[in-house]
Design a protein around this ligand. Structure first.
Ligand code: ARG
Length: 298
């Protein structure tokens, strides 16, 4: 069923036609001992160079970790490296997948910014040690691809949503779709503040998404509304200042989210989700929050 879908007219299936995929039960996190803002590669980092409180960052990270633990995820921890201040954002270096026969696969990323390229081999080694089959994009042909920052699995289905425009190239998805044999719905991102798909699009369960609509084209919004029965919208303030759409709901029920997005959290609770608010202020200085701080594993 491999194919790239770029408009609602091409959506020839409903979500129930897509083979099911188990929910992730494990999560990888990278301890942020060397986390800081040393350079500017997204608009949120401007004016934040040197501003990270490292102790506070570690406290925040520990709380996020304990919430994943509380909701029943098995946690793997990797140590970060000196000179790689963004390594804590471990959603970006890879895209893991477990196929229908139970084999584990992973596509390694091609980081957009030079400053982050050296992070990838540490993750490659981690997956190799655990017996994953590794896949690489053709660097001659594909400029960039930033893993699960832009490529987001539909909850419980063998369907991928692929953001492109700032950090990932559209052509990366053709190879991923062919290799995994899965459809990919591609979404063009149009606002630089929402440079990764995970900054403006959060899948809560099979039928519900949380989005910041202004970050998408009309084509993109058309596909989102065709697939999801329920679309919760974040305001500009909630999405841009509080990274509300960078929440994480690994089990279709528990949502871990930066604190303070009162409208979004009310809508989430009204829709039946359990909301766990955390503080990720230090990480937001670098342009990331909960979703960026972990890699879901199957
Ligand atoms: N400073 C990092 C960068 O710009 C933040 C990455 C956030 N990750 C994410 N998945 N949105 O690359």
């Amino acid at each position: 069923m491999a194919q790239l879908i770029t408009s609602a007219e091409e959506l020839s299936f409903s979500i129930d036609d897509i083979p099911s995929m188990p929910l992730p039960k494990e999560v990888l996190m990278v301890r942020p001992l060397h986390f800081s803002v040393d350079y500017v590669i997204n608009p949120h980092m401007a004016d934040q160079v040197g501003n990270v409180d490292k102790i506070e960052a570690q406290n925040e990270w520990t709380l996020v970790q304990s919430l994943f633990d509380q909701i029943g995820m098995k946690i793997h921890i990797m140590e970060d490296q000196e000179g790689l201040p963004d390594m804590v954002f471990c959603a970006n270096q890879s895209l893991p997948y477990r196929d229908e026969d139970g084999n584990r696969h992973v596509f390694m990323s091609i980081m957009h910014a030079e400053q982050r390229k050296k992070e990838v081999p540490y993750f490659e080694q981690w997956y190799r040690q655990r017996g994953y089959e590794l896949h690489f994009l053709d660097e001659e042909k594909i400029r960039d691809f930033e893993g699960c920052g832009d490529a987001i699995w539909h909850t419980g289905r063998r369907l991928l949503w692929g953001g492109h425009g700032f950090r990932s190239s559209l052509d990366a998805y053709q190879m991923i779709s062919d290799t995994f044999g899965i459809p990919i719905i591609t979404l063009e991102l149009v606002d630089e503040s929402f440079y990764h798909l995970d900054t403006c699009f959060c899948i809560l369960d099979e039928h519900t998404a949380l989005i910041y609509p202004e970050a998408f084209t009309d084509q993109g919004l058309g596909m989102i509304h065709t697939i999801f029965d329920q679309v919760i919208e974040a305001s500009k303030y909630e999405a841009e200042e509080l990274f509300a759409c960078n929440a994480c709901c690994p089990d279709g029920r528990n949502v871990i989210i930066q604190q303070g997005a009162t409208n979004v959290t009310k809508n989430l609770r009204d829709a039946g989700f359990a909301v766990h608010e955390v503080s990720t202020y230090e990480f937001m200085k670098s342009g990331g929050s909960v979703f960026c701080m972990k890699m879901l594993l199957w």
